[in-house]
Write a protein that binds this ligand. Structure first.
Ligand SMILES: *[C@@H]1O[C@H](CO)[C@@H](O)[C@H](O)[C@H]1NC(C)=O
Ligand SMILES: *[C@@H]1O[C@H](CO)[C@@H](O)[C@H](O)[C@H]1NC(C)=O
Ligand SMILES: *[C@@H]1O[C@H](CO)[C@@H](O)[C@H](O)[C@H]1NC(C)=O
Ligand SMILES: *[C@@H]1O[C@H](CO)[C@@H](O)[C@H](O)[C@H]1NC(C)=O
Ligand SMILES: *[C@@H]1O[C@H](CO)[C@@H](O)[C@H](O)[C@H]1NC(C)=O
Ligand SMILES: *[C@@H]1O[C@H](CO)[C@@H](O)[C@H](O)[C@H]1NC(C)=O
Ligand SMILES: *[C@@H]1O[C@H](CO)[C@@H](O)[C@H](O)[C@H]1NC(C)=O
Length: 388
């Protein structure tokens, strides 16, 4: 391969240097609202959020007011209507998400009065928790479930929050039901939990203003002008910042060696195939071998046949929703809770249960249990399929 002309390399470097300068220039023309913080190590605050004492009103979108509590470690607080102020733990501007908690370390208390309907925020995932206030059988209950410490008085009463229908049924016979609350949890894979202290940060997101795309391209969002809520994206580093000359330079710097490599690769391939028909036959045999190998793999690892799937035992759930041991209250495939009268199907190899319609869609594609990956032994499954 020919080495590139040293003069060309020099030109490339000159252009790249020029490019850096253009970027610096575009940063100098940044809009008037700068990022700010309540305190060191606290989340960066910028549009659509704004801190009233530190920025002008035009730096924030309505409903995104942030306060700093100087008496309390300079916490960053989110001011929500009809609610206590929540402390902001983290903001992801590109995903339009934020994580909040209670500044006084008793999040369940805030959850009992959580009302996001008048705020710009909503949950990414909700999970329903029912709160119970129990004053009998205290020791027995606390040995099974975790009480919410900041709402409980251990010697007199304990407050529990549960997402589980079984625990709900159990506690509702011995305790006072306080409330049922939709909790903005961080992820929906939360089943098997009997009771929770609910002190993990809440995950919230916002739809408007839609600044995520701008932020993920490295830009900064802001108002177009003072009289409307129209937003614009400023200072996106690429494209705008790169001059046309710099783009050509990059194209030449990266493109020429790539083109040379491609041409030499092409000529190498051509020279190989010009060796003669022998090369082609060798290639075709390999492809055929490979395909038969694939076929073999396919019959081994693809889904189950219909008779086998239909032979798996079905149960219609009764009113008490009681599934045998390794199973939770939710279907692991669709993640929704089992309801009375629904049909569940069990994998006989491991006794894991699923909604019949969920597992019926899974098994033709995958021959193993979605939870423990147990596959039916092939002979056994054929025998069972044949006997039906
Ligand atoms: C700041 O923290 C103190 C102490 O926890 C509290 O009394 C006060 O209400 C807080 N201020 C705001 C604005 O939340
Ligand atoms: C909060 O921040 C202010 C100004 O940045 C500082 O003077 C004060 O000492 C801080 N308070 C705490 C509790 O860190
Ligand atoms: C939240 O903070 C604001 C500003 O300091 C304060 O006026 C308001 O009372 C606080 N809200 C609650 C519910 O404490
Ligand atoms: C939330 O607050 C709004 C406005 O005050 C009210 O209309 C709505 O009913 C509340 N929602 C709940 C679940 O409390
Ligand atoms: C639980 O009940 C006790 C009295 O038995 C009461 O003092 C307490 O406020 C109740 N807690 C909640 C969260 O309802
Ligand atoms: C703000 O935008 C509106 C609509 O685009 C326009 O009519 C108005 O003149 C603008 N105001 C200023 C101060 O630029
Ligand atoms: C927008 O408002 C800010 C402060 O309120 C002011 O400095 C600026 O000149 C205004 N811009 C326009 C285009 O009216």
């Amino acid at each position: 391969m020919k080495t590139p002309n040293p003069k060309l390399i020099l030109i490339c470097f000159l252009f790249l240097f020029n490019l850096n300068q253009t970027q610096v220039m575009s940063l100098a023309t940044i809009e008037t609202c700068l990022d700010t913080v309540c305190h060191m190590n606290e989340p960066l605050i910028r549009f659509p959020f704004h801190i009233e004492e530190k920025q002008t009103n035009t730096c924030g979108y309505p409903g995104f007011k942030v306060l700093c509590n100087e008496s309390e470690k300079n916490q960053t607080l989110l001011n929500l209507p009809y609610m206590e102020n929540l402390s902001i733990q983290k903001i992801n501007y590109a995903k339009q998400e934020l994580f909040v908690n209670d500044p006084n370390n008793c999040l369940p208390k805030q959850l009992l009065s959580l009302n996001l309907s008048t705020s710009p925020f909503d949950a990414v995932y909700y999970q329903q928790f029912t709160f119970f206030n129990c004053s009998y059988n205290l020791e027995y209950l606390t040995s099974r479930y975790k009480p919410i410490a900041c709402l409980s008085d251990y010697s007199k009463y304990n407050v529990f929050a549960t997402p589980s229908l079984t625990v709900f049924v159990h506690l509702s016979s011995v305790c006072d039901l306080v409330d049922t609350v939709n909790v903005p949890v961080q992820s929906p894979f939360f089943d098997q939990v009997l009771s929770s202290e609910l002190n993990d940060d809440l995950r919230l997101s916002w739809n408007s203003p839609p600044c995520g795309r701008c932020e993920s391209h490295g830009g900064r969002c802001g108002f177009k002008n003072n009289s409307t809520f129209e937003i614009a994206c400023y200072n996106v580093p690429s494209r705008q910042g790169i001059s046309r000359g710099a783009s050509y330079a990059i194209a030449i710097c990266a493109g020429v060696p790539a083109l040379l490599c491609f041409v030499s690769l092409l000529s190498w391939i051509c020279s190989k195939f010009r060796i003669g028909t022998h090369g082609w036959i060798w290639a075709r045999e390999t492809v055929a071998d490979f395909e038969s190998l694939l076929d073999h793999e396919y019959t081994n690892t693809s889904g189950l046949d219909k008779p086998t799937i239909e032979s798996y035992p079905k149960i219609v759930i009764g009113d008490d929703i009681h599934l045998p041991k390794p199973n939770g209250k939710t279907c692991p495939i669709c993640l929704s809770e089992y309801m009375p009268k629904e049909t569940v199907k069990t994998m006989p190899e491991c006794e894991h249960c699923f909604h019949a319609q969920c597992i019926d869609e899974w098994l033709p594609l995958n021959a193993s249990c979605p939870i423990c990956r147990t596959s039916p032994p092939r002979l056994q499954s054929q025998a069972r399929g044949g006997s039906d």
